[in-house]
Ligand binder design. Sequence first.
Ligand code: HGY
Ligand code: MN
Ligand code: MN
Length: 417
Amino acid sequence: MSTPQIHLSVQGSRLCERIQALAQVGALKGGGVCRLALTPADKAGRDLVISWMTELGLSVSVDRIGNIMGLRAGHVDAPPVFIGSHIDTVATGGAYDGNLGVLAGLEVLQCLAEAGIETELPIAVAIFTNEEGARFAPDMMGSGVHQGSLDLEEMLAVEGIDGTTVGADLEAIGYAGESPCGSQRASAFIELHVEQGPLLEEEGFMIGAVEGVQGISWTEFLWSGVSNHAGTTPMRLRHDAGYAAADLACFVRDLALDHGGDQVATVGSVQLQPNLVNVIANQARMTVDLRNTDDQVLKRVERQTLEYAKSLADHEGLELETRILARFAPVAFSQRLIGLVEKHATDLGHSVRRMPSGAGHDAQMFAPNCPSTMIFVPSKGGISHNIHEYTAPEEIQAGGDVLLRMVLALAGVRSTG
Ligand code: HGY
Ligand code: MN
Ligand code: MN
């Protein structure tokens, strides 16, 4: 679609105010945010953003997995351009991961309204349920159901780390919506997100034109051994679940270092039972997060990890149960849209580089079904999933302006006020 030259800019200060206002919901003492999916804090965040959507005159709907969509009509009745992301956070999250993409979408729509710009295509700003997957695995749950790659009933039945189910908690927070999932097709998907890594800052780039998302593999390992006295049990008689968890954690780290390249491995959660100083642990429940841009290598690392865990269980006389919590193959974004991000960033005078995403995102769920890509802005110190996550106002301004240009290019300008 041809877009008349429109020199419009987002109001970065208003966007930053909204980011800070939302960050008060679930604010942690000492900084950071805890708005785990489907908790009362998540509900409060959803309520707040819906109030902003309503103020903007968007027609708001909630689907059966709790995804929220604020729709701005276009001249033609066609699948909307989606601007989406998430507002759930990890337990020690920051103000920007996910929140920036949703609130920048609202800012773009407010700019269009204030400028009296009508677009050919409708535009939807979406909040996807449980992108983080920290409480209920897998991650990208809402967008996966929305786009049909995850089954609604299966996801509603998922039990979280504290024993409740997705379905029960959606009801509890009043976001078990009516709209059918995945019925809404998108004409394109664009997501503004903080990089959550060190590249843009280290190399001095303002904008990342994201080429795709690396493969993600989450597995739970449950070791069962024999609890016994820490003082009286000779080493030769032990069946120590705690030892096995520690050994596997070292194994996957060494495996990632041996493979090098993009391979990463993380043991983020280990729970020992009975978790007492003088009792040999009879149970260890742990998670292993493996990622790589190359699916073949990722599959090899998964296989090596499982083989090692099984041999360890045999050697230590332990039972081992494994459960796949998430598995997403690498995803490539639209070359056309990646090129558009580069063009608009350059037109705006911003330095831009192409790059993969190390983190999972809702955009990857849309990529198989419509032209999709992401815009990255720098993360200070390359950190995220950390209460000190930070992106500067001028970087938010830059990302918002690139997003605005992308949305005008994708939705087409029908008329200007
Ligand atoms: O785990 C991830 O990459 C994302 O934050 N859900
Ligand atoms: Mn995110
Ligand atoms: Mn995240």
